[in-house]
Design a protein around this ligand. Sequence first.
Ligand code: AHR
Length: 487
Amino acid sequence: MKTLSAAVNAYDKKSHINRELYGHFSEHLGRCIYNGIFVGEDSPIPNTDGVRNDIIEAFREIRMPVLRWPGGCFADEYHWRDGIGEKSQRPKMVNTHWGGVTEDNSFGTHEFFDLCEKIGCEPYLAGNVGSGTVEEMADWIEYITFDGVSPLSDERRRNGREKPWKLKYLGIGNENWGCGGNMRPEYYADLYRRYQTYCRNFSGNELFKVAGGPNVDDYHWTDVLMSIINDWHAKAISLHYYTIPSGNFEAKGSSVNFTDEEYYSTIKNAQYMDTLIEKHGAIIRRHSDKMKLVVDEWGCWYDVLEGTNPGFLYQQNTMRDAIVAAVHLNIFNSRSDIVCMANLAQAVNVLQSLLLTEGDKLVKTPTYHVFDMFKTHQDAQLVYSFTENSVQNNIPVVSQSVSIDADGKMTMTFANASLDEDFEIDCSLVGYEAKTADACILTEDVRAYNDFDAPEKIKPAAHSAELTDKGVKFTLPKCSVVSIRLS
Ligand code: AHR
Protein backbone atom coordinates (compact mmCIF):
# COMPACT_ATOMS: atom_id res chain seq x y z
CA MET A 1 0.00 0.00 0.00
CA LYS A 2 1.33 3.42 -0.95
CA THR A 3 2.03 5.83 1.90
CA LEU A 4 1.08 9.46 1.41
CA SER A 5 2.57 12.08 3.71
CA ALA A 6 0.27 14.68 5.20
CA ALA A 7 0.90 17.66 7.45
CA VAL A 8 -1.24 19.83 9.71
CA ASN A 9 0.00 23.05 11.26
CA ALA A 10 -2.26 24.01 14.16
CA TYR A 11 -0.36 27.29 14.58
CA ASP A 12 -1.41 28.34 11.09
CA LYS A 13 -4.99 29.34 11.75
CA LYS A 14 -7.10 30.12 8.73
CA SER A 15 -10.74 31.13 8.51
CA HIS A 16 -13.74 30.37 10.69
CA ILE A 17 -15.89 27.57 9.28
CA ASN A 18 -19.41 28.98 9.54
CA ARG A 19 -21.78 26.27 10.59
CA GLU A 20 -24.01 27.38 7.71
CA LEU A 21 -21.59 25.72 5.27
CA TYR A 22 -23.44 22.56 6.32
CA GLY A 23 -26.81 23.94 5.24
CA HIS A 24 -29.70 22.42 3.31
CA PHE A 25 -32.47 23.26 0.89
CA SER A 26 -36.14 22.25 0.76
CA GLU A 27 -38.28 23.22 -2.20
CA HIS A 28 -41.92 22.60 -3.06
CA LEU A 29 -40.72 20.09 -5.60
CA GLY A 30 -41.69 16.44 -5.99
CA ARG A 31 -41.77 14.74 -2.59
CA CYS A 32 -39.45 17.05 -0.72
CA ILE A 33 -42.10 18.92 1.29
CA TYR A 34 -45.38 17.03 0.66
CA ASN A 35 -45.12 13.26 1.19
CA GLY A 36 -41.59 13.89 2.40
CA ILE A 37 -40.94 16.25 5.29
CA PHE A 38 -44.62 17.15 5.69
CA VAL A 39 -47.22 14.40 5.83
CA GLY A 40 -50.00 16.36 7.57
CA GLU A 41 -51.37 16.10 11.10
CA ASP A 42 -53.78 13.28 10.19
CA SER A 43 -51.12 10.97 8.76
CA PRO A 44 -50.63 7.55 10.40
CA ILE A 45 -46.88 8.25 10.11
CA PRO A 46 -45.68 9.55 13.50
CA ASN A 47 -45.52 13.33 13.18
CA THR A 48 -45.56 16.57 15.10
CA ASP A 49 -47.81 19.22 13.58
CA GLY A 50 -47.65 17.28 10.33
CA VAL A 51 -43.84 16.99 10.16
CA ARG A 52 -42.39 13.47 10.31
CA ASN A 53 -40.74 12.80 13.66
CA ASP A 54 -38.03 10.60 12.13
CA ILE A 55 -37.05 13.44 9.81
CA ILE A 56 -36.87 16.01 12.59
CA GLU A 57 -34.70 13.61 14.57
CA ALA A 58 -32.40 12.90 11.60
CA PHE A 59 -31.97 16.62 10.85
CA ARG A 60 -31.17 17.35 14.49
CA GLU A 61 -28.65 14.51 14.58
CA ILE A 62 -26.48 16.12 11.90
CA ARG A 63 -26.97 19.56 13.53
CA MET A 64 -28.62 21.02 10.44
CA PRO A 65 -27.72 24.71 10.80
CA VAL A 66 -29.90 26.35 8.15
CA LEU A 67 -32.73 25.37 5.81
CA ARG A 68 -33.58 27.25 2.61
CA TRP A 69 -37.23 27.47 1.45
CA PRO A 70 -39.59 27.60 -0.52
CA GLY A 71 -37.43 27.27 -3.69
CA GLY A 72 -35.67 27.20 -6.11
CA CYS A 73 -37.61 28.09 -9.18
CA PHE A 74 -40.76 27.67 -7.10
CA ALA A 75 -39.80 30.72 -5.00
CA ASP A 76 -40.30 33.14 -7.88
CA GLU A 77 -43.87 31.94 -8.36
CA TYR A 78 -44.72 31.68 -4.68
CA HIS A 79 -47.09 34.15 -3.06
CA TRP A 80 -46.74 33.87 0.68
CA ARG A 81 -50.27 35.08 1.42
CA ASP A 82 -51.60 31.87 -0.16
CA GLY A 83 -49.88 29.87 2.59
CA ILE A 84 -51.23 31.49 5.77
CA GLY A 85 -54.48 31.28 7.70
CA GLU A 86 -57.07 28.54 7.94
CA LYS A 87 -55.85 25.65 5.78
CA SER A 88 -59.19 24.84 4.19
CA GLN A 89 -59.42 28.43 2.96
CA ARG A 90 -55.96 28.53 1.39
CA PRO A 91 -56.06 28.84 -2.39
CA LYS A 92 -54.64 26.10 -4.54
CA MET A 93 -52.18 26.75 -7.33
CA VAL A 94 -50.41 24.82 -10.05
CA ASN A 95 -46.74 24.08 -9.51
CA THR A 96 -45.76 24.90 -13.08
CA HIS A 97 -42.06 24.16 -12.71
CA TRP A 98 -42.30 20.83 -11.02
CA GLY A 99 -44.67 18.36 -12.62
CA GLY A 100 -47.68 20.66 -12.96
CA VAL A 101 -49.12 19.24 -9.74
CA THR A 102 -51.62 21.01 -7.51
CA GLU A 103 -50.07 22.88 -4.62
CA ASP A 104 -52.61 23.23 -1.83
CA ASN A 105 -50.49 25.60 0.25
CA SER A 106 -50.99 23.54 3.41
CA PHE A 107 -47.28 24.01 4.15
CA GLY A 108 -46.69 27.75 4.40
CA THR A 109 -44.88 30.37 6.44
CA HIS A 110 -46.04 29.20 9.90
CA GLU A 111 -45.35 25.57 9.11
CA PHE A 112 -41.86 26.38 7.79
CA PHE A 113 -40.81 28.53 10.72
CA ASP A 114 -42.19 25.99 13.18
CA LEU A 115 -40.19 23.29 11.37
CA CYS A 116 -37.00 25.32 11.76
CA GLU A 117 -37.71 25.73 15.46
CA LYS A 118 -38.14 21.97 15.79
CA ILE A 119 -34.86 21.33 13.98
CA GLY A 120 -33.10 24.16 15.83
CA CYS A 121 -31.87 25.74 12.59
CA GLU A 122 -31.90 29.16 10.95
CA PRO A 123 -34.58 29.71 8.33
CA TYR A 124 -33.38 31.01 4.96
CA LEU A 125 -36.14 32.47 2.79
CA ALA A 126 -35.97 32.92 -0.96
CA GLY A 127 -38.24 35.87 -1.80
CA ASN A 128 -40.19 36.27 -5.03
CA VAL A 129 -38.68 38.83 -7.42
CA GLY A 130 -39.61 37.11 -10.71
CA SER A 131 -43.40 37.33 -10.43
CA GLY A 132 -43.82 39.16 -7.15
CA THR A 133 -43.78 42.76 -6.02
CA VAL A 134 -41.68 44.86 -3.70
CA GLU A 135 -44.73 45.33 -1.51
CA GLU A 136 -45.33 41.60 -1.26
CA MET A 137 -41.77 40.90 -0.15
CA ALA A 138 -41.71 43.84 2.27
CA ASP A 139 -45.00 42.69 3.81
CA TRP A 140 -43.70 39.15 4.27
CA ILE A 141 -40.74 40.43 6.29
CA GLU A 142 -43.00 42.60 8.42
CA TYR A 143 -45.48 39.76 8.96
CA ILE A 144 -42.68 37.46 10.13
CA THR A 145 -40.46 39.76 12.19
CA PHE A 146 -42.40 42.78 13.51
CA ASP A 147 -43.10 42.76 17.24
CA GLY A 148 -45.18 45.95 17.40
CA VAL A 149 -48.73 46.71 16.37
CA SER A 150 -49.49 46.75 12.64
CA PRO A 151 -52.10 45.14 10.41
CA LEU A 152 -49.55 42.52 9.36
CA SER A 153 -48.25 41.61 12.81
CA ASP A 154 -51.84 41.51 14.07
CA GLU A 155 -52.71 39.14 11.26
CA ARG A 156 -49.82 36.90 12.28
CA ARG A 157 -51.15 36.89 15.83
CA ARG A 158 -54.64 36.02 14.64
CA ASN A 159 -53.05 33.14 12.73
CA GLY A 160 -51.66 31.76 15.95
CA ARG A 161 -48.19 33.22 16.35
CA GLU A 162 -47.94 35.88 19.04
CA LYS A 163 -44.20 36.58 18.98
CA PRO A 164 -42.36 37.32 15.76
CA TRP A 165 -39.86 34.81 14.44
CA LYS A 166 -36.22 35.62 13.96
CA LEU A 167 -35.21 35.72 10.31
CA LYS A 168 -31.59 36.21 9.39
CA TYR A 169 -31.09 34.95 5.86
CA LEU A 170 -33.09 36.43 3.01
CA GLY A 171 -32.42 35.71 -0.66
CA ILE A 172 -33.81 38.36 -3.01
CA GLY A 173 -35.01 36.08 -5.81
CA ASN A 174 -33.55 32.88 -7.21
CA GLU A 175 -31.71 32.24 -10.48
CA ASN A 176 -32.87 35.56 -11.87
CA TRP A 177 -30.78 34.86 -14.98
CA GLY A 178 -33.10 31.86 -15.64
CA CYS A 179 -36.32 30.59 -14.05
CA GLY A 180 -36.40 33.65 -11.79
CA GLY A 181 -37.15 36.08 -14.62
CA ASN A 182 -34.57 35.61 -17.41
CA MET A 183 -33.08 38.98 -16.56
CA ARG A 184 -29.88 40.67 -17.59
CA PRO A 185 -27.51 41.33 -14.68
CA GLU A 186 -27.86 45.11 -15.01
CA TYR A 187 -31.65 44.88 -14.72
CA TYR A 188 -31.58 42.39 -11.83
CA ALA A 189 -28.99 44.42 -9.94
CA ASP A 190 -31.19 47.52 -10.07
CA LEU A 191 -34.23 45.49 -9.05
CA TYR A 192 -32.17 43.98 -6.24
CA ARG A 193 -31.32 47.44 -4.92
CA ARG A 194 -34.97 48.41 -4.99
CA TYR A 195 -36.37 45.24 -3.37
CA GLN A 196 -33.80 45.13 -0.60
CA THR A 197 -34.52 48.75 0.36
CA TYR A 198 -37.98 47.80 1.59
CA CYS A 199 -36.95 44.65 3.43
CA ARG A 200 -36.58 46.30 6.82
CA ASN A 201 -34.92 45.30 10.05
CA PHE A 202 -37.87 45.19 12.47
CA SER A 203 -37.80 44.82 16.25
CA GLY A 204 -34.06 44.06 16.54
CA ASN A 205 -34.12 41.46 13.77
CA GLU A 206 -31.19 41.92 11.39
CA LEU A 207 -31.47 40.60 7.86
CA PHE A 208 -28.50 39.09 6.06
CA LYS A 209 -29.47 39.83 2.47
CA VAL A 210 -28.24 37.62 -0.35
CA ALA A 211 -28.30 38.86 -3.93
CA GLY A 212 -28.96 36.35 -6.71
CA GLY A 213 -25.57 35.50 -8.12
CA PRO A 214 -24.28 33.67 -11.18
CA ASN A 215 -25.03 30.42 -12.90
CA VAL A 216 -21.89 28.28 -12.81
CA ASP A 217 -19.10 30.14 -14.65
CA ASP A 218 -20.99 33.29 -15.63
CA TYR A 219 -18.26 35.63 -14.40
CA HIS A 220 -19.83 38.51 -16.31
CA TRP A 221 -22.95 38.25 -14.13
CA THR A 222 -20.83 38.43 -10.96
CA ASP A 223 -18.82 41.36 -12.23
CA VAL A 224 -21.84 43.41 -13.32
CA LEU A 225 -23.81 42.60 -10.16
CA MET A 226 -20.85 43.52 -7.96
CA SER A 227 -20.34 46.79 -9.81
CA ILE A 228 -23.95 47.84 -9.13
CA ILE A 229 -24.49 46.59 -5.58
CA ASN A 230 -22.15 46.95 -2.66
CA ASP A 231 -21.74 45.61 0.86
CA TRP A 232 -24.20 48.16 2.12
CA HIS A 233 -26.94 46.59 -0.03
CA ALA A 234 -26.02 42.92 0.40
CA LYS A 235 -23.90 40.75 2.63
CA ALA A 236 -23.39 38.04 0.01
CA ILE A 237 -24.19 36.86 -3.46
CA SER A 238 -25.25 33.33 -4.32
CA LEU A 239 -23.74 30.74 -6.67
CA HIS A 240 -25.45 27.66 -8.10
CA TYR A 241 -23.50 24.75 -9.47
CA TYR A 242 -24.67 21.16 -9.90
CA THR A 243 -22.40 18.17 -10.53
CA ILE A 244 -23.56 16.30 -13.62
CA PRO A 245 -21.55 13.22 -14.65
CA SER A 246 -21.60 14.06 -18.36
CA GLY A 247 -21.51 17.82 -17.76
CA ASN A 248 -24.54 17.93 -20.08
CA PHE A 249 -28.03 18.67 -18.74
CA GLU A 250 -29.67 16.92 -21.67
CA ALA A 251 -28.07 13.52 -20.92
CA LYS A 252 -27.02 13.58 -17.31
CA GLY A 253 -26.60 9.86 -16.64
CA SER A 254 -28.05 7.37 -14.19
CA SER A 255 -27.72 7.64 -10.41
CA VAL A 256 -27.01 3.91 -10.05
CA ASN A 257 -25.78 2.48 -13.36
CA PHE A 258 -22.60 4.25 -14.30
CA THR A 259 -19.24 3.32 -15.74
CA ASP A 260 -15.92 3.96 -14.04
CA GLU A 261 -15.31 6.64 -16.62
CA GLU A 262 -18.57 8.38 -15.69
CA TYR A 263 -17.62 8.07 -12.04
CA TYR A 264 -14.30 9.84 -12.55
CA SER A 265 -15.89 12.57 -14.63
CA THR A 266 -18.43 13.07 -11.82
CA ILE A 267 -15.60 13.57 -9.32
CA LYS A 268 -13.75 15.87 -11.70
CA ASN A 269 -16.91 17.94 -12.16
CA ALA A 270 -17.40 18.07 -8.37
CA GLN A 271 -13.84 19.34 -7.94
CA TYR A 272 -14.67 22.17 -10.36
CA MET A 273 -16.54 23.82 -7.47
CA ASP A 274 -13.14 24.89 -6.14
CA THR A 275 -12.28 26.78 -9.35
CA LEU A 276 -15.68 28.44 -9.41
CA ILE A 277 -15.34 29.68 -5.85
CA GLU A 278 -11.81 30.90 -6.51
CA LYS A 279 -12.76 32.84 -9.64
CA HIS A 280 -16.08 34.29 -8.46
CA GLY A 281 -14.42 35.01 -5.11
CA ALA A 282 -11.66 37.00 -6.81
CA ILE A 283 -14.26 39.13 -8.62
CA ILE A 284 -16.15 39.74 -5.39
CA ARG A 285 -12.91 40.75 -3.66
CA ARG A 286 -12.06 43.18 -6.47
CA HIS A 287 -15.25 45.05 -5.60
CA SER A 288 -15.61 44.49 -1.86
CA ASP A 289 -13.44 43.24 0.98
CA LYS A 290 -16.49 42.19 3.02
CA MET A 291 -19.00 40.43 0.82
CA LYS A 292 -19.24 36.65 0.82
CA LEU A 293 -20.42 33.83 -1.37
CA VAL A 294 -23.44 31.65 -0.54
CA VAL A 295 -23.45 28.42 -2.56
CA ASP A 296 -27.15 27.90 -1.98
CA GLU A 297 -27.59 25.06 -4.48
CA TRP A 298 -25.07 22.29 -5.02
CA GLY A 299 -25.06 18.53 -5.41
CA CYS A 300 -25.31 15.73 -7.97
CA TRP A 301 -28.04 15.91 -10.58
CA TYR A 302 -28.78 12.69 -12.50
CA ASP A 303 -31.61 11.42 -14.71
CA VAL A 304 -34.68 10.63 -12.60
CA LEU A 305 -35.09 7.03 -11.46
CA GLU A 306 -36.96 5.02 -14.07
CA GLY A 307 -40.70 5.00 -13.56
CA THR A 308 -40.76 8.18 -11.48
CA ASN A 309 -42.28 11.55 -12.44
CA PRO A 310 -39.69 13.46 -14.53
CA GLY A 311 -40.77 16.68 -12.79
CA PHE A 312 -40.02 15.27 -9.33
CA LEU A 313 -36.22 14.88 -9.68
CA TYR A 314 -36.07 11.67 -7.65
CA GLN A 315 -32.74 9.84 -7.79
CA GLN A 316 -30.78 7.26 -5.79
CA ASN A 317 -27.71 8.08 -3.76
CA THR A 318 -24.69 5.78 -3.91
CA MET A 319 -21.21 5.75 -2.45
CA ARG A 320 -20.30 7.99 -5.41
CA ASP A 321 -22.52 10.69 -3.88
CA ALA A 322 -20.78 10.28 -0.54
CA ILE A 323 -17.41 10.97 -2.20
CA VAL A 324 -18.90 13.98 -4.02
CA ALA A 325 -20.31 15.31 -0.72
CA ALA A 326 -16.96 14.89 1.06
CA VAL A 327 -15.12 16.60 -1.81
CA HIS A 328 -17.52 19.56 -1.64
CA LEU A 329 -17.46 19.90 2.14
CA ASN A 330 -13.65 19.82 2.16
CA ILE A 331 -13.67 22.54 -0.52
CA PHE A 332 -16.16 24.68 1.42
CA ASN A 333 -14.07 24.34 4.60
CA SER A 334 -10.90 25.27 2.71
CA ARG A 335 -12.65 28.26 1.13
CA SER A 336 -14.43 29.42 4.28
CA ASP A 337 -12.71 32.80 4.01
CA ILE A 338 -15.18 33.64 1.23
CA VAL A 339 -17.96 31.02 1.43
CA CYS A 340 -20.22 31.71 4.39
CA MET A 341 -23.08 29.31 3.57
CA ALA A 342 -23.77 26.33 1.33
CA ASN A 343 -27.00 24.40 0.84
CA LEU A 344 -27.17 20.89 -0.55
CA ALA A 345 -29.99 20.32 -3.06
CA GLN A 346 -32.15 18.90 -1.60
CA ALA A 347 -32.97 17.63 1.87
CA VAL A 348 -35.51 14.87 1.17
CA ASN A 349 -36.49 12.83 -1.94
CA VAL A 350 -35.09 15.34 -4.46
CA LEU A 351 -31.68 15.28 -6.21
CA GLN A 352 -28.75 14.47 -3.86
CA SER A 353 -30.94 13.92 -0.84
CA LEU A 354 -29.99 13.39 2.75
CA LEU A 355 -33.05 11.21 3.28
CA LEU A 356 -35.36 9.13 1.11
CA THR A 357 -38.86 8.12 2.17
CA GLU A 358 -41.42 5.57 1.03
CA GLY A 359 -44.59 5.39 3.11
CA ASP A 360 -43.48 5.22 6.72
CA LYS A 361 -40.00 3.98 5.77
CA LEU A 362 -36.98 6.24 5.82
CA VAL A 363 -33.48 5.75 4.48
CA LYS A 364 -30.43 7.74 5.45
CA THR A 365 -28.33 8.09 2.30
CA PRO A 366 -24.52 7.84 2.18
CA THR A 367 -24.58 11.64 1.74
CA TYR A 368 -26.40 11.95 5.08
CA HIS A 369 -23.64 9.97 6.79
CA VAL A 370 -20.97 12.27 5.35
CA PHE A 371 -22.73 15.28 6.87
CA ASP A 372 -22.79 13.41 10.17
CA MET A 373 -19.07 12.61 9.97
CA PHE A 374 -18.18 16.23 9.14
CA LYS A 375 -20.46 17.96 11.66
CA THR A 376 -17.73 18.77 14.17
CA HIS A 377 -16.21 21.16 11.61
CA GLN A 378 -19.21 23.43 12.20
CA ASP A 379 -18.09 26.71 13.77
CA ALA A 380 -14.53 25.41 14.17
CA GLN A 381 -11.37 27.10 12.93
CA LEU A 382 -9.78 25.88 9.74
CA VAL A 383 -6.05 25.18 10.09
CA TYR A 384 -3.40 24.59 7.46
CA SER A 385 -3.31 21.06 6.06
CA PHE A 386 -1.62 19.39 3.14
CA THR A 387 -1.64 15.85 1.72
CA GLU A 388 0.60 14.38 -0.91
CA ASN A 389 -1.72 13.29 -3.69
CA SER A 390 -2.10 10.60 -6.29
CA VAL A 391 -3.42 11.36 -9.76
CA GLN A 392 -5.74 8.85 -11.41
CA ASN A 393 -7.82 9.38 -14.54
CA ASN A 394 -6.40 12.91 -14.57
CA ILE A 395 -7.72 13.89 -11.16
CA PRO A 396 -6.10 14.16 -7.73
CA VAL A 397 -7.98 11.54 -5.73
CA VAL A 398 -7.35 12.58 -2.13
CA SER A 399 -9.10 15.52 -0.53
CA GLN A 400 -8.88 16.76 3.04
CA SER A 401 -9.57 19.56 5.49
CA VAL A 402 -8.72 20.04 9.16
CA SER A 403 -10.18 22.25 11.88
CA ILE A 404 -9.94 22.85 15.62
CA ASP A 405 -13.10 23.57 17.61
CA ALA A 406 -13.67 25.79 20.65
CA ASP A 407 -12.84 22.87 23.01
CA GLY A 408 -9.48 22.38 21.32
CA LYS A 409 -10.51 19.15 19.57
CA MET A 410 -9.26 18.60 16.06
CA THR A 411 -11.40 17.21 13.22
CA MET A 412 -9.65 15.78 10.16
CA THR A 413 -11.76 14.70 7.19
CA PHE A 414 -10.34 12.80 4.23
CA ALA A 415 -11.82 11.31 1.06
CA ASN A 416 -10.18 8.88 -1.34
CA ALA A 417 -11.91 8.97 -4.74
CA SER A 418 -9.74 6.23 -6.24
CA LEU A 419 -11.60 3.09 -7.27
CA ASP A 420 -8.59 0.82 -6.96
CA GLU A 421 -5.92 2.21 -4.70
CA ASP A 422 -5.77 2.17 -0.90
CA PHE A 423 -3.43 4.57 0.86
CA GLU A 424 -1.78 4.88 4.21
CA ILE A 425 -1.81 8.47 5.43
CA ASP A 426 1.15 9.38 7.59
CA CYS A 427 0.27 12.76 9.04
CA SER A 428 2.60 15.07 10.96
CA LEU A 429 1.03 17.43 13.46
CA VAL A 430 2.72 20.72 14.26
CA GLY A 431 1.48 22.70 17.26
CA TYR A 432 -0.95 20.04 18.41
CA GLU A 433 -0.35 17.24 20.86
CA ALA A 434 -2.94 14.50 20.43
CA LYS A 435 -3.58 12.06 23.27
CA THR A 436 -6.58 10.29 21.80
CA ALA A 437 -7.77 9.57 18.28
CA ASP A 438 -11.28 8.43 17.36
CA ALA A 439 -11.77 7.58 13.73
CA CYS A 440 -14.69 6.47 11.64
CA ILE A 441 -15.02 5.38 8.05
CA LEU A 442 -17.68 5.21 5.34
CA THR A 443 -16.80 2.81 2.55
CA GLU A 444 -18.53 0.38 0.20
CA ASP A 445 -18.65 -0.45 -3.46
CA VAL A 446 -19.04 2.79 -5.41
CA ARG A 447 -22.39 1.67 -6.84
CA ALA A 448 -23.82 0.53 -3.52
CA TYR A 449 -26.69 2.41 -1.93
CA ASN A 450 -29.11 2.22 0.96
CA ASP A 451 -32.59 1.17 -0.01
CA PHE A 452 -35.84 0.58 1.84
CA ASP A 453 -35.18 -3.14 2.19
CA ALA A 454 -31.49 -2.63 3.11
CA PRO A 455 -31.37 0.80 4.81
CA GLU A 456 -28.07 0.24 6.59
CA LYS A 457 -25.93 -1.27 3.88
CA ILE A 458 -23.74 1.83 4.01
CA LYS A 459 -23.16 3.42 7.38
CA PRO A 460 -20.15 4.74 9.26
CA ALA A 461 -18.02 2.20 11.13
CA ALA A 462 -15.22 2.59 13.65
CA HIS A 463 -11.81 2.88 12.02
CA SER A 464 -8.36 2.66 13.52
CA ALA A 465 -6.00 5.62 13.73
CA GLU A 466 -2.64 5.20 15.43
CA LEU A 467 -0.97 8.03 17.31
CA THR A 468 2.71 8.24 16.34
CA ASP A 469 5.72 10.28 17.57
CA LYS A 470 5.00 12.93 15.00
CA GLY A 471 1.22 12.74 14.62
CA VAL A 472 -1.28 10.19 13.42
CA LYS A 473 -1.34 7.34 10.91
CA PHE A 474 -4.33 5.58 9.33
CA THR A 475 -5.43 3.83 6.18
CA LEU A 476 -7.59 5.55 3.59
CA PRO A 477 -9.07 2.70 1.52
CA LYS A 478 -10.26 3.15 -2.04
CA CYS A 479 -13.67 4.82 -2.33
CA SER A 480 -13.84 5.90 1.29
CA VAL A 481 -14.43 8.86 3.55
CA VAL A 482 -12.61 8.95 6.89
CA SER A 483 -13.05 11.38 9.76
CA ILE A 484 -10.77 11.55 12.77
CA ARG A 485 -11.37 13.37 15.99
CA LEU A 486 -8.22 14.16 17.96
CA SER A 487 -8.00 15.54 21.46
O1 AHR B 1 -32.97 22.28 -7.19
C1 AHR B 1 -33.74 22.19 -8.36
C2 AHR B 1 -33.73 23.50 -9.15
O2 AHR B 1 -32.46 23.75 -9.64
C3 AHR B 1 -34.08 24.74 -8.41
O3 AHR B 1 -35.44 24.94 -8.29
C4 AHR B 1 -33.47 25.82 -9.25
O4 AHR B 1 -33.10 26.95 -8.50
C5 AHR B 1 -32.28 25.12 -9.88
O5 AHR B 1 -32.23 25.35 -11.25
